[in-house]
Design a protein around this ligand. Structure first.
Ligand SMILES: [Zn+2]
Length: 342
């Protein structure tokens, strides 16, 4: 089985965005025009967007199951307040759940959390529990910067985040560290803010001692780990200067990288630098970088083509494609069994 651990519902019906527009208009006019509890979207509409979009691409490219979450840029935690985020997260997560019910063999949910700048992350726990316990989700996207490019929260290793981590550990679900849109004009969202977020999280983990307190907590750093693999020597050296253990012992029982790297040399570097046990297959399709690479004639985000070409054994590729995801996403095996996939 080929599990893509990083996909977003970027093709959701337009009713979702118009619900969001009404919600934000309600904030602007003092909540006088609150939208209905949920956008009116039929199962047929969901089927159509998925069948023409992510499902078609799964089939064309040869992957089987996508670990699927709401559109990352759409989370926009910096907008409104905690209640705004709570309502919006619920609406987005419910749509992911419906997709995972309509296509149980192809999509499984990961939750958007109702984060809000400066708000204690304990506020995310009820939605996290609902998504895992009631909707069968297997992970969450955790935004290290709900301010949208201004980095106002404490580092991910700060005790500020601990109540949320305690719940993630209890539920045995990992968090993908995933920023949302940038409202700082210095940072292009997917070109700079995403990669900055990934790199920043990795360095925060080096500086802290988070995994002494949470030895089973697991994070996936997306987009190939940002700049971390390319600058692995810098990070190993900094860990040494900070009197931290070697990265293997300090982080690599807890931190994983996905394969959302959109060219072969980058993928080769990732696989050369990061142990194969810490790499999870992902494409983030249909996502940030769409289009055909004129050098290859294929879509940039068709990452399976690159992984297939890596000089690794079949056993190692099986870890990247399936085994590591089943290890990292605690409830995944139970969900795969329930869906008749294993
Ligand atoms: Zn993403």
């Amino acid at each position: 089985m080929i599990i893509d651990c990083h996909g977003h519902y970027t093709t959701a019906p337009a009713e979702l965005e118009s619900w969001r527009d009404r919600q934000l208009a309600g904030i602007a006019d003092g909540n006088r025009t609150l939208p209905s509890p949920a956008p009116k979207i039929t199962d047929d509409q969901l089927r159509e967007t998925i069948e023409k979009g992510q499902l078609r691409m799964q089939q064309e490219r040869g992957s089987d199951l996508t670990i699927f979450s709401p559109r990352a840029a759409g989370m926009a935690h910096h907008v409104g307040n905690a209640k705004t985020s709570e309502d919006w997260s619920r609406v987005c997560n419910d749509l992911i759940y419906r997709v995972s019910e309509l296509f149980p063999k192809n999509f499984i949910g990961v939750a958007q959390l109702p984060q809000s700048p400066g708000v204690d992350p304990r506020n995310c726990i009820p939605e996290l529990e609902r998504c895992v316990n009631e909707l069968g989700f297997v992970g969450v996207n955790l935004n290290p910067d709900p301010s949208g490019g201004y980095w106002k929260e404490p580092p991910l290793t700060n005790k500020w985040w601990y109540p949320l981590y305690e719940k993630l550990v209890e539920l045995n679900v990992p968090a993908m560290v995933h920023v949302s849109n940038s409202c700082n004009p210095c940072f292009h969202a997917t070109g700079a803010h995403y990669i900055n977020g990934d790199t920043t999280a990795f360095m925060q983990f080096i500086q802290g001692d988070l995994f002494k307190d949470f030895p089973t907590l697991k994070f996936i750093i997306p987009h190939g780990g940002g700049a971390a693999p390319y600058h692995w020597g810098r990070y190993r050296g900094l860990a040494q200067m900070l009197k931290k253990p070697l990265l293997q012992e300090h982080l690599l029982n807890n931190v994983y990288f996905d394969t959302c790297v959109y060219h072969m040399p980058g993928m080769e570097l990732l696989a050369k630098v990061v142990p194969v046990d810490n790499i999870l297959f992902a494409s983030e399709m249909i996502g940030a970088v769409q289009g055909i690479d004129p050098e290859t004639g294929h879509q940039y985000d068709d990452t399976k083509r690159y992984v297939d070409q890596l000089p690794l054994s079949d056993a190692d590729k099986a870890k990247i494609y399936e085994g590591n995801a089943r290890k990292v996403y605690g409830p995944l095996d139970a969900q795969l069994k329930k869906r008749g996939l294993i």
